[in-house]
Design a protein around this ligand. Structure first.
Ligand SMILES: O=C(O)CCC(=O)C(=O)O
Ligand SMILES: [Fe+2]
Length: 476
């Protein structure tokens, strides 16, 4: 695109370092993410040498089923206590959730309820828990014999892939301090990522999707076909120009680094008052339903919809084509993330054939409403992929705050942000029109465990917010 921004030359992400490794196929080299040290996070002025251990000790846990049978995963409030069934994991697939050290999980045979293995969750970075009924520890020969006895050729290949993934995880963790939560070896994100080198660092980017400052008449706000390129009226550079900030061909958006690890940015005035009002207007016309959470690993449309106590808010989905204003918000968001807007809608094969899918890489806007006392406890927006090569996963989350008046509390918090000052969480205060951008993926393609976040309870007032999730890449 010809929109200007503060990145003048494309360079390798400053947090990527070369790592040489050998998982049994000879020496190989790849780029991995290494967290910047304290001094660089504070641009040379770190208040202390070492990072503070966060008070919050939760982590993302990944369970791998390395057997050729389905297993049932259950959570035990205490080891040996009554198990709470979670989900079935298919042969050679993985599943996961946010958890805490000392929590206990079990895998059982779904037909007989026979206990297969119990997992006691350890402290970060002990994120990965595998059920492998074939391995004979320290005896390659006996293991091989087992594999040949129980697995087909194809199944042995799947098994091998997980063994490779576990072997890579060991090396990756020694080098970077983090677990490899993706499957070996995930490509780096295909999208651009803003760098986040130090607190307060700013980037800027231009957009031609300027603010709406007047609400167009209802007749101009009909449904759009977002699978098509937009057709504009004669002389227009953007839709409904006459209702936008006058005399402005473009506007600049500023991203300020709130956290380096995870990479969190805030963008003031992303939405105008008119746009906020329009969305809240739409909310009046859409049916809000109790929010659900699910493992998004296999695509959100197939997510298991479970109503739980971890998420007590209400939500609704708003499609990009709902109105030209919603469409403009997607286009502006695309400019903000430096992603082609065409990737955030369905395309025909002539548009961006360089991408592996024709489906939109963005989800519908998720409109969320919290009353006092409602919350979304600490979670990750990513899910775990099966052994497919593409490993589609949520890449970025854009949060748009729609109100602040009368709202007390209700912050978005990042309890595991790396810093040298406090063990308390990073709190982002909702401000009308403000956006927060964070990445669920690291620039090396791994999932970012530190992207864990929560929505605090409003203590007074209500909270309205939008989630816009972008995938890398969604493949359904
Ligand atoms: O409400 C917020 O501040 C965050 C919401 C969130 O994390 C989510 O819906 O996934
Ligand atoms: Fe979230």
């Amino acid at each position: 695109s010809d929109l200007a921004c503060s990145v003048t030359e494309e360079q390798r992400d400053p947090a990527l370092k070369e790592m040489t490794y050998d998982i049994g196929y000879g020496e190989q080299t790849t780029l991995v993410y290494v967290e910047p040290d304290m001094d660089s996070m504070y641009n040379g002025n770190a208040p202390a040498k070492h990072k503070v251990v966060p008070k919050f000790n939760g982590l993302s846990v990944k369970f791998i089923n390395m057997s050729n049978k389905h297993v049932r995963l259950s959570w035990e409030p205490r080891p040996g206590g009554t198990p709470n069934p979670m989900n079935k994991i298919a042969p050679f697939e993985a599943s996961g959730t946010a958890s805490f050290p000392t929590h206990s999980f079990i895998m059982t045979d779904p037909d007989t309820d026979k206990l297969l293995q119990r997992f006691a969750i350890q402290e970060y970075p002990e994120n990965i828990y595998a059920y492998d009924p074939y391995i004979v520890e320290g005896d390659e020969k006996a293991t091989e014999k087992n594999l040949n006895k129980h697995l087909s050729k194809k199944e042995k290949e799947f098994y091998r892939k997980w063994r490779d993934s576990l072997a890579f995880n060991e090396i990756y963790r020694n080098f970077t301090g983090r677990s490899y939560l993706a499957n070996y070896l995930r490509d780096p994100p295909r999208h651009f990522l803003w760098s986040g080198e130090y607190f307060g660092q700013t980037h800027w980017v231009e957009t031609s999707e300027t603010h709406f400052v007047m609400t167009p008449p209802k007749s101009a706000l009909g449904q759009l076909k977002t699978s098509k390129k937009r057709s504009l009226k004669e002389g227009e550079t953007v839709a409904l120009e006459e209702y936008r900030a006058p005399g402005q061909a473009t506007m600049n958006m500023t991203l300020k680094v709130l956290s380096v690890a995870p990479r969190v940015f805030e963008i003031p005035n992303f939405l105008s008052q008119t746009e906020v009002d329009h969305i809240l207007d739409l909310a009046g016309g859409v049916q809000l339903s109790r929010s659900s959470v699910g493992d998004v690993g296999h695509g959100y449309s197939k997510a298991e919809n479970k109503k739980t106590d971890t998420r007590t808010s209400f939500n609704a989905w708003v499609q990009r084509g709902k109105s030209p204003i919603v469409d403009a918000i997607y286009r502006r968001a695309a400019d903000l993330m430096r992603i082609d807007e065409a990737l955030l809608r369905n395309r025909d094969s002539s548009e961006r054939p360089d991408w592996p899918t024709k489906g939109s890489l963005a989800e519908h806007l998720q409109l969320v409403h919290y009353d006092p006392g409602q919350e979304y406890t600490a979670h990750h927006d990513f899910g775990f992929s099966d052994l497919s090569d593409l490993q589609g996963a949520r890449f970025a989350t854009l949060l748009l705050y729609l109100n602040d008046e009368g709202l007390v509390g209700g912050e978005t918090t990042f309890p595991r942000w790396v810093n040298a000052e406090t063990f308390d969480k990073l709190k982002v205060k909702p401000e009308e029109g403000k956006a927060v951008l964070f990445y669920s993926q690291l620039p090396d393609g791994n999932l970012d465990d530190f992207s864990q976040h929560s929505a605090e309870k409003p203590r007074a007032g209500e909270k309205w917010l939008i989630n816009l999730w972008t995938w890398d890449p969604k493949y359904h």
